[in-house]
Design a protein around this ligand. Structure first.
Ligand SMILES: Cc1cc2nc3c(=O)[nH]c(=O)nc-3n(C[C@H](O)[C@H](O)[C@H](O)COP(=O)(O)OP(=O)(O)OC[C@H]3O[C@@H](n4cnc5c(N)ncnc54)[C@H](O)[C@@H]3O)c2cc1C
Length: 478
């Protein structure tokens, strides 16, 4: 979600503990050794809902076959999202004579990296700071990190001709309708100006001419954001990996044995790694790291069918735009390259990181209300797809970057903005492993780590309370 949502957790004073063990045992594979005492069993495996709109409306692709039996490599990356794809690619480029194994539990493009709103955002937005920028030094690092992720993705789209990603330099409108939202925009404008970042207030009829709705009173336009079809992008990235990357899809890692070498277990065999890189976001905690420090919070999206010419004319505006809310609990919307409208809002706390059955259906009414408020002339346009996706939030807004134990490394904890950040951190981690450090590497290594959270049941009570209150307080921004 294109807004930093640190206070989701700060406000709750909540934390982790997390992880329902229930159901996990049944997920474990065959092929485990007779003495499982040294094994760390993965207590929860990804299980996303079947209706991600971006996945189903993008190129049908033949996934790479699951791994059958055993394999080994100097480098193994777990997680085929933005972070893992970037890490695997960069490792392969840094070590052209080595094999790199990239293993993904589902299909590439089906997990959270293919379920987001597709905003590749450059500018920082720290909702804990009065001007939404806060410490200038940190803000400059965050800006540089985001711009690095953007430029890596843009270069790969160009180099590999991933046209289906529909990458556009369209900027973003951060829009508000309520007084408190307007106050956020004004304060943030001041912060961006201090940071030297271009921005522009657009309001009234002029705003309607940009985004086809007169629902909002005001927007802060920042030109540096790019928009993409996220599932098409990650599918394209997966299909253009260097030849020394072996990608195995539909291959969940079910247990792990840490030793001089790391042995990962899957349904039909084992993968032995000299060095392991965890790029599986909130699921990293089931590998024995950062336990009780990450919070799998789901948010939800809907896509309409393509608008007819008459429907497009009824709203007007530019033919491609993206709006994020001034309130972090508000609604994101987009008009897509194929003339659909995207709506994203609603949250749930899913402690095991897996989709809750029935939730897309449950949130659709909230999406419908937000959509019809913004586009009353489109009230007969149905949603074709509604889905959810998991974010790895942390209480202090910090992600993890670096060494987790000997020969095990991670880039984890996306905090809701992992398209560009994950791409940058995955790349920088692969460079660090090749002995290449730069100022951003030092920044990431010295940055605060994800904070501890209190145990269950306080955790769920606190997170659920905060999510409910935030969504209710968002008022019309929701
Ligand atoms: C509705 C929605 C809207 C969003 N909007 C935006 C946005 O506009 N801009 C933005 O920057 N961010 C947005 N996000 C957040 C963004 O999608 C994430 O930050 C990003 O996907 C994180 O990338 P990642 O590669 O680190 O992790 P993920 O995308 O979560 O990838 C991790 C992968 O690891 C795999 N995995 C986990 N465990 C195992 C295992 N045991 N074995 C094998 N594989 C495993 C998973 O299947 C998954 O594919 C949004 C998210 C949602 C849900």
């Amino acid at each position: 979600m294109p807004v930093s949502r640190r206070n989701v957790l700060i406000g709750a004073g909540v934390g982790a503990g997390v992880i329902a063990a229930g159901g996990a045992a049944s997920l474990l594979s065959d092929g485990l050794p007779a003495d499982p005492s040294s094994l760390h069993r993965i207590a929860s495996l990804p299980a996303d809902d079947s209706s991600p709109g971006w996945f189903h409306t993008s190129r049908l692709r033949q996934p790479k076959a699951p791994l059958i039996g055993d394999a080994k490599a100097p480098w193994v990356v777990v997680g085929g999202g933005f972070t893992g794809l970037a890490a695997a690619r960069q490792l392969a480029l840094n070590f052209p004579d080595d094999d790199v194994i990239l293993v993904e539990a589902q299909q590439v493009g089906f997990g959270t990296s293919g379920r987001n709103a597709g905003f590749l955002i450059d500018v920082p937005h720290d909702i804990g700071a009065p001007d939404y920028i806060g410490d200038q030094t940190i803000a400059k690092h965050v800006l540089e990190l985001n711009q690095r992720g953007q430029s890596i993705l843009r270069d790969q789209v160009e180099q590999h001709n991933i046209v289906e990603a529909q990458l556009r330099h369209s900027g973003k409108y951060q829009a508000a309708v309520e007084d408190k939202g307007i106050a956020v925009l004004n304060a943030y404008r001041g912060g961006l100006e201090k940071l030297g970042q271009p921005c522009e207030i657009i309001e009234g009829n002029e705003l309607r001419d940009h985004i086809g709705t007169s629902f909002y009173r005001k927007a802060l336009y920042t030109p540096g954001t790019m928009l993409v079809q996220p599932s098409a992008l990650v599918k394209g990235l997966a299909d253009s990996l260097p030849a020394n990357v072996k990608l195995y899809e539909d291959t969940p890692i079910t247990a792990v044995d840490y030793g001089v070498k790391t042995v990962l277990h899957h349904a039909t065999g084992r993968i032995t790694a000299d060095k392991l890189i965890l790029a599986n976001n909130a699921f990293g905690q089931y590998f024995g790291f950062l336990e009780g420090r990450m919070l799998p919070i789901f948010t939800y999206g809907s896509l309409t069918r393509p608008l007819t010419a008459a429907e497009q004319a009824s709203i007007g505006g530019k033919d491609f735009w993206g709006v994020i809310p001034a309130d972090p609990f508000g609604t994101t919307s987009r008009r897509t390259h194929d003339n659909r409208i995207l709506v994203r809002n609603s949250f749930s706390f899913n402690p095991d990181g897996r989709a809750k059955p029935g939730y897309p259906e449950k949130v659709r009414a909230a999406h419908r209300l937000s959509f019809e408020r913004r586009f009353p002339t489109l009230k007969d346009v149905p949603f074709e797809h509604t889905w959810g996706g998991g974010l790895a939030m942390t209480r202090n807004g910090a992600g993890f970057f670096g060494e987790l134990r000997e020969n095990v490394y991670g880039a984890l904890g996306c905090n809701g903005l992992g398209t560009v950040r994950g791409t940058a951190t995955g790349t920088l981690l692969a460079n660090l492993l090749a002995g290449k450090r730069e100022s951003l590497t030092y920044y990431l290594l010295s940055a605060p780590k994800p904070a501890w959270n209190p145990p269950q049941p306080m955790l769920s009570i606190g997170v659920n309370f905060t999510l409910r209150k935030g969504q209710s307080d968002a008022g019309l921004e929701g």
